[in-house]
Ligand binder design. Structure first.
Ligand code: T5A
Length: 230
């Protein structure tokens, strides 16, 4: 359930979204490091996971064990993981003035389970209302590459390891995911910014930094050397 809603939130909440292998983990880590270099306290985290309970649910979800139960049950379990992550890590960090940089969040449920998995939009919206509440991201960076290129990058990074629950889906599934994320960027321009992730890594990182600087002005954030050193 949504908690901490009465208290003022001081930290900023930035999420990275997009299909498989688009560079979310890479750029979430690069952004977190850059923010820290400014003396800003940063919590880098991911979904599904990021807290003890949510990491247990991640293991079950990505193993594919829940797949036979259908996208509704998967959506509920992603939401349950998010609830634990928000209550034990994200909200307490934001309340302490920490900037939270999260690799995937509720938009992934909207796109994977909602737009592509066909879970009813009313269910998706209800889960967001109950679990996310007011803890919405201040900024969402959506990384975009053609689905085949994202799968190629993910496979190259994985090496000999087996694809997980979603990486193993057909190309058509990943193309629908891409459409879902592009639609999200179009529909929520105040929160979401689309970034062409086909450019070299450093150029993508620079573009992300310009977006963060323009939208959230990190130069004015209070310096928290102790938190930044964590
Ligand atoms: N999911 C998740 C749901 O279905 N619903 C939900 O609500 C949530 C929260 C999570 C899975 O769960 C699903 C979605 C996912 O399928 P995961 O292991 O966390 O699984 O997988 P992903 O989030 O998809 O992450 P990946 O690790 O596959 O991809 P990333 O993080 O986008 O990519 P990254 O940074 O690991 O980069 C991949 C490779 O590309 C290189 C990197 O060095 C790396 O080798 N790279 C580039 N190469 C060339 N040019 C660039 N610009 C590059 N940027 C990165």
């Amino acid at each position: 359930m949504a908690g901490f809603e009465g208290g003022a939130m001081h930290g900023r909440f930035i999420t990275f979204e997009g299909g498989e292998g688009t560079g979310k983990s890479t750029h979430a880590a690069m952004l977190a490091a850059r923010l820290k270099s400014f003396g800003i306290g940063v919590q880098l985290t991911r979904e599904p996971g990021g807290s003890l309970g949510a990491e247990m649910m991640r293991y079950i979800l990505l193993s594919g064990a829940v797949r036979p139960l259908g996208p509704n049950v998967e959506a509920l379990l992603f939401a349950a993981a998010r609830d634990d992550h928000l209550n034990t890590l994200i909200r307490p960090a934001l309340a302490r003035g920490i900037w939270v940089v999260c690799d995937r969040f509720a938009d992934s449920t909207r796109v994977y389970q909602g737009a592509v998995g066909r879970v009813d939009q009313r269910t998706i919206r209800a889960l967001e209302r109950i679990v996310v509440g007011e803890t919405k991201p201040d900024l969402t960076i959506i990384l975009d590459v053609p689905a085949a290129e994202g799968l190629r990058r993910a496979a190259a990074r994985r090496g000999k390891g087996a694809p997980d629950r979603y990486e193993g889906e057909a190309l058509a599934f990943h193309e629908k995911l891409r459409e879902g994320f592009l639609a999200l960027a179009t529909n929520e321009p105040d929160r979401c910014v689309l970034v062409d992730a086909m450019q070299p890594k450093d150029q993508v990182a620079e573009q992300i930094w310009r977006i963060v600087s323009k939208r959230l002005d990190p130069a004015t954030a209070p310096i928290q050397f102790e938190e930044a050193a964590r």
